[in-house]
Design a binder for this molecule. Structure first.
Ligand code: CA
Length: 253
């Protein structure tokens, strides 16, 4: 199985800066999208720092702290170890962002979402913090793989709010955790088998605000893989997205 990857990121018509960041490393099978927040372009600092830190931590040799963590985790299962490394990498990103914010007062309070996909052989490992999402398109159907770390998602889970109503609420973007701002993070992690033909999509909320899951599924079903990131961004812009929009697409071919 081979991987193909494509990404596109746009500032959009309203914002002055693009505070999203992304990375595609086909050789190592590492894919990341981050959506930064914080005034005076600090969001850009946070998202880029997070993407680079996670990538370097995952592709580099484990440092002593990481080695100790994985050993203390007492698991022989490679998938389990990889998910532990993902959690470590995302916490390293959080530590670095907080340190940077202490050194540069103008960036104080900056943070970022993070969604990370690692494809290792026929397994896909996912981790996320915040409301950037991962989707899987398989056999004509789109499945959301992540659950937003937002206050409104908690309300939906508790049965007090419908997803349709949640999309309309002004406070829908308030996060229950973010990398950097909230300090130590507890990413959700999963592992699933990859099949030929699978398409993974990582995206910031600039794409999912104007496009619901049905709309995304229709677009993915009718668009060639190499054009998909472009078309999803175009459709989000056409649908009135006012935010930065970032889409990374990974196909198992
Ligand atoms: Ca955003």
């Amino acid at each position: 199985m081979e991987l193909e990857g494509y990404a596109r990121s746009e500032t959009g018509p309203v914002r002055e800066h693009n505070e999203d960041a992304w990375k595609i490393d086909l050789e190592q099978g590492v894919f990341v999208v981050a959506d930064g927040m914080g005034g005076h372009a600090a969001g850009e600092v946070a998202s880029h720092m997070a993407v680079e830190t996670v990538h370097q931590t995952l592709v580099g040799a484990p440092d002593p702290e990481e080695t100790r963590l994985v050993r203390d985790h007492e698991s022989e299962d490679p998938a389990d170890i990889l998910r532990e490394r993902l959690r470590y990498a995302m916490n390293q990103a959080s530590i670095r962002i907080r340190r940077e914010a202490e050194l540069r007062p103008e960036t104080r309070g900056m943070g970022t979402t993070l969604v990370v996909l690692v494809v290792d052989g026929d397994q896909a490992h996912l981790a996320h913090v915040g409301d950037s999402r991962a989707y899987l398109f398989r056999n004509g159907r789109l499945v959301r793989l992540t659950r937003d770390h937002t206050v409104v998602q908690q309300e939906i889970d508790a049965g007090r709010l419908t997803p349709e109503l949640a999309r309309l609420l002004p406070h829908k973007h308030i996060l229950t955790q973010s990398v950097g701002f909230h300090g130590p993070v507890e990413p959700d992690t999963t592992t699933r088998m990859v099949e030929t033909g699978d398409i993974f999509i990582l995206c910031s909320d600039g794409m999912t605000d104007p496009l619901d899951d049905d709309a995304i599924q229709r677009i993915v079903a009718n668009t060639p893989l190499d054009l998909l990131a472009d078309v999803l961004v175009d459709e989000a812009l056409k649908a009135g997205s006012e935010d930065n929009i970032t889409v990374a697409v990974v196909g198992a071919v």
